[in-house]
Design a binder for this molecule. Structure first.
Ligand SMILES: C[S@@+](CC[C@H](N)C(=O)[O-])C[C@H]1O[C@@H](n2cnc3c(N)ncnc32)[C@H](O)[C@@H]1O
Ligand SMILES: [Zn+2]
Length: 266
């Protein structure tokens, strides 16, 4: 953290901060935050109740580590360069960011509202920095990042544009039509949730950035039976399932669109 103190501001008053040898982050107005022993810092200004639990992040980690999202991670790594500083907004348990930074030779900071996700990230991925915080009111100075990732998470484009360097990239990953389609077909057969459209999300992204490119990543892979319960737990889609309903999945499809916007406002 000390090596990166210039990349943080106080979330209360937006002043620059210093990090003490003991791992205390403080601003000139005496607001302060402790770096936890696991190596993350909680910079939330108010308590937040998250619906994302420790169990959910443990399941997400199992699924991400199984390689299901390898193609998505490779596509994201190809949007950045060696030496880039990237922010992952809504990073969850950190596997995407850790793998992408390792592939590209970049340094990453992950921010998430859910403390349980950040604890998991900090425990496993020591090369990156991890922050509990709100992506809409983030504790970083303007024009700090070469790229901002926003993977299957809520976004705040005004804040992303403030944070990204001039000509930097904002990369949002949104589900496409066949995302987890085998699961959706069984959970929501014949209801309107069986199909999914990302049209509104894509339109909002296109309104926020003048130069936008889209890259679709689609892959269907065989699923080990032991991963099925984790797949059900890792997504809100699986939470509303009738426990009696049998789910049989031998394959699963990852189908996403990477929206890449260039910040040309500054
Ligand atoms: C579906 S999960 C995706 C997590 C991770 N990007 C992944 O793909 O595995 C959505 C994440 O967004 C986080 N999130 C939601 N609102 C947020 C906010 N305002 N600030 C930071 N994180 C937020 C949640 O806590 C959760 O970890
Ligand atoms: Zn302050």
């Amino acid at each position: 953290m000390r090596a990166h103190e210039e990349k943080f501001v106080c979330p209360h008053c937006a002043q620059l901060v210093t990090v003490s040898e003991e791992g205390r982050i403080s601003c000139d107005n005496n607001h302060s935050f402790d770096v936890a022993k696991q190596g993350y810092v909680n910079m939330l200004t108010h308590a937040v109740q998250s619906m994302y639990t420790k169990e959910l992040f443990a399941s997400r980690k199992e699924v991400l580590e199984s390689g299901l999202y390898n193609d998505v991670q490779r596509a994201l790594a190809s949007t950045i360069e060696h030496g880039d500083i990237v922010l992952d907004t809504g990073c969850g348990e950190g596997t995407h960011l850790a793998r992408i930074c390792a592939q590209a030779g970049a340094f990453g900071i992950g921010i998430d509202l859910a403390k349980e996700g950040i604890i998991e990230a900090a425990r496993h991925y020591k090369e990156q920095a991890w922050v509990v915080g709100d992506l809409a009111k983030s504790p970083f100075p303007a024009a700090t990042f070469d790229a901002i990732f926003n993977i299957l998470s809520p976004a705040n484009y005004d804040e992303f544009k403030r944070l990204v360097k001039p000509h930097g990239r904002v990369v949002k990953v949104v589900p496409a039509q066949n995302y987890l389609v085998e699961l959706r077909q069984q959970l929501f057969a014949e209801s309107e949730k069986e199909s999914y459209s990302n049209a509104q999300t894509v339109a909002r992204f296109r309104e926020a950035f003048s130069h936008v490119t889209e890259q679709r990543v689609t892959t269907t892979v065989a699923l080990a039976p032991s991963l099925v319960p984790h797949l059900l737990k890792m997504t809100p889609m699986g939470w509303h399932r009738d426990e009696q309903q049998p789910i049989t999945l031998t394959h699963i499809t990852i189908d996403v669109v990477l929206l890449v916007g260039i910040n040309d406002e500054q």
